[in-house]
Design a protein around this ligand. Structure first.
Ligand code: 13P
Length: 251
C-alpha cells in the first residue's frame, strides 16, 4: 500500500487567536485542490477550538502539540486526549525535542502519552532526533533507536498503523540548517529498518516517517524526493500561509 504523504505544520507557541484563525482558513483554502496527500496543523491548545471551527468543513487535520496520559485527573497544565478529541482534534505531536529538552520529558512519559493517545483514538506523531553533540560523537543511530524503541514500547502491531514517526534532528530545528537530503534519507531508512525488526516488513513499509528541521519551500521538493521521506513536520515556514501553501504543493 502506498504511503500517503503528510505535511504537518507545528505552530509551536506562536500566533494570536485572530492570526491562528486566519492562518487556519488560509491552509484550508490551500488544501482544496489537493489529491492523495494529507495536511495537518497544530495550533497552541489555546487556539484549538477556534481553529477547529474555522477548518471543520475542510480536509485539514487538526492536531495538538502534546496530550496527557489519562482521561481526566489532577494534572495541572495538561490536556486529556478525550478533551482534545471533543475539540475536533484527530492527531497529536508527541516527544517533540522542545518537550524533551526544554521541559524534561522522558522517553517513559512520551511512551505513556503515546499509549493513551492510541487508546483514546488520537493518531500520534512520535518525534525522535539527535542533538548536535550526539551526531558529532557518532551516536545518531543509537539515540534515534533508543527513542524509537522506548516511544513504541507496548504498541501492538494492530495499533502501529495509527502511528506516524517524525525524524527531527535537533540541530536542524529553527536554525535554518536543514539536514541534507542524503543525511535525512539515511536516518529515515534506518528507522524503517528498525521498525521492521520490532514489528514486521509490511508494517515497516506502511508506516509514514516525516522529516522536520528547517523545511522550506526551497528544500521541500528535494527532501520529498527521497525514498523513505513520507512527509514533513514544518515549524517556522508553517506560520506563513504562502510558504506553507508551496510546501504542501511540493513537487
Ligand atoms: P523549523 O521548521 O522551524 O525548523 O521547526 C521544525 C520543528 O520543530 C517542527 O516540529
Amino acid at each position: 500500500m502506498a504511503r500517503i504523504p503528510l505535511i504537518a505544520g507545528n505552530w509551536k507557541m506562536y500566533l494570536s487567536l485572530a492570526e491562528a484563525v486566519d492562518l487556519g482558513r488560509a491552509v484550508a483554502a490551500s488544501c482544496a485542490d489537493l489529491k492523495n496527500r494529507q495536511v495537518m496543523i497544530a495550533p497552541t491548545s489555546a487556539a484549538l477550538a477556534a481553529v477547529s471551527a474555522a477548518t471543520q468543513s475542510s480536509t485539514v487535520k487538526l492536531a495538538a502539540q502534546n496530550s496527557g496520559w489519562e482521561k481526566e485527573g489532577a494534572f495541572t497544565g495538561e490536556n486529556s486526549p478525550v478533551m482534545l478529541k471533543d475539540l475536533g482534534v484527530s492527531m497529536v505531536i508527541l516527544g517533540h525535542s522542545e518537550r524533551r529538552h526544554i521541559f524534561g520529558e522522558s522517553d517513559a512519559m512520551v511512551n505513556r502519552r503515546l499509549l493513551a493517545a492510541l487508546n483514546f483514538g488520537l493518531q500520534p506523531i512520535l518525534c525522535v532526533g539527535e542533538q548536535l553533540a550526539d551526531r558529532d560523537q557518532g551516536n545518531t543511530f543509537a539515540v534515534v533507536e533508543n527513542q524509537l524503541r522506548a516511544g513504541l514500547e507496548g504498541v501492538s502491531s494492530t495499533q502501529l498503523d495509527q502511528v506516524v514517526v517524525a525524524y527531527e534532528p535537533v540541530w536542524a530545528i529553527g536554525t535554518g540548517k536543514t539536514a541534507t537530503k542524503e543525511q535525512a534519507q539515511e536516518v529515515h531508512a534506518f528507522i524503517r529498518e528498525k521498525i521492521e525488526t520490532l514489528y514486521e516488513k509490511n508494517l515497516a513499509g506502511e508506516i509514514r516517517i516525516l522529516y522536520g528541521g528547517s523545511v522550506k519551500p526551497s528544500n521541500v521538493d528535494a527532501l520529498m524526493g527521497q525514498a523513505d521521506i513520507d512527509g514533513a513536520l514544518v515549524g517556522g515556514a508553517a506560520l506563513d500561509a504562502e510558504s506553507f501553501d508551496r510546501i504542501i504543493h511540493f513537487k
